[in-house]
Write a protein that binds this ligand. Structure first.
Ligand SMILES: NC(=O)c1ccc[n+]([C@@H]2O[C@H](COP(=O)([O-])OP(=O)(O)OC[C@H]3O[C@@H](n4cnc5c(N)ncnc54)[C@H](OP(=O)(O)O)[C@@H]3O)[C@@H](O)[C@H]2O)c1
Length: 258
């Protein structure tokens, strides 16, 4: 299926590693221009070089999404370089799950700033450019936002707020031709798990097997980053032209609700 993404411009936060990076590769393969950010300059440079080696039109920006000025610079740079914005993927994030009594005010502030405030701010900044020719926003969330469990805060709370943002904004932005959807991740291979395996001195395959077994994923394995990229590329594309306000699970059947 031709996703009709050729020469479209997509901005991906946290595109320098893991799921975001897999998405950038997929978008380049589809002929889209890609702007991405991250904080670590080495990872950014490595990703930029890999994408350009595949023939991609790429803008790589060192930016912390929790900094207002960085977000504005990221969006301005994207528009300056590509002259348009067709897709925005709020993907930057990390795991954060502990019992309430172990969390400090700073933990809450940090998580909400990274997972909620950054996404709302970037949506505000990008909406006008997206509406010029119609566009698509994808918020990358986690299934804990639908089924918050014991010891799952602050992430499950931030992600539930991301769900509300997705639905509310889909109603507001729909009349301007902008679709807004969320992808609810279960457990998917990515950089964060590579770092965890290295820190624990265990093999990545063993970690993924343990995760699949321990969490009881019905499909019996963790997801692949390319499967994430396929789904998000579809949601960004005109092929998903009538899909808006949806929160799609990418979890091998793990989530207890649809
Ligand atoms: N993989 C899973 O199983 C899973 C499960 C549930 C939810 N998710 C969500 O999916 C998204 C992608 O996760 P991942 O697994 O691909 O993680 P990852 O491999 O750790 O990649 C995260 C990316 O986000 C960037 N990032 C983190 N904080 C940032 C900040 N403040 N400003 C700018 N960039 C930032 C990282 O680069 P720098 O560190 O260099 O900034 C990196 O490029 C996250 O929102 C995560 O919470 C993933």
């Amino acid at each position: 299926m031709d996703l009709e993404l050729e020469n479209k411009a997509v901005l991906v936060t946290g595109g320098s590693n893991g799921l975001g990076r897999a998405l950038c590769h997929r978008l380049v393969a589809e002929g889209a221009a890609v702007a991405f950010c991250g904080r670590d300059p080495e990872r950014i440079e490595e990703t930029r070089a890999a994408l350009e080696a595949e023939g991609g039109q790429v803008l790589a920006v060192a930016a912390d999404v929790t900094e207002h000025a960085d977000l504005a610079r990221l969006l301005e740079g994207t528009l300056e370089r590509f002259g348009r914005l067709d897709g925005l993927v709020n993907n930057a994030g990390r795991g954060a799950a502990r019992p309430l009594l172990e969390l400090t005010d700073a933990d809450w502030d940090e998580d909400l700033a990274l997972k909620l405030a950054a996404a709302t701010r970037l949506c505000s900044l990008g909406l006008e450019a997206l509406s010029r020719q119609g566009g698509s926003i994808v918020n990358v969330l986690a299934i804990g936002g639908k089924t918050p469990g014991s010891g799952s805060m602050p992430s499950s709370v931030s992600r539930a707020a991301g769900l509300a943002l997705t639905k509310a904004l889909s109603k507001e932005a729909g009349p301007t031709g902008v679709r807004v959807n969320a992808v609810m991740i279960g457990l998917v291979e990515s950089g964060q798990w590579e770092r965890r395996a290295a820190a624990a001195g265990t093999s990545l395959d063993a970690l993924y097997e343990d995760m699949a077994r321990g969490s009881g994923i019905p499909l019996g394995r963790v997801g692949r980053a390319e499967e994430f990229a396929d789904l998000v590329a579809f949601l960004l594309s005109p092929r998903a032209g009538y899909v808006s306000g949806a929160a799609i699970n990418l979890d091998g059947g793990l989530c207890a609700v649809v």
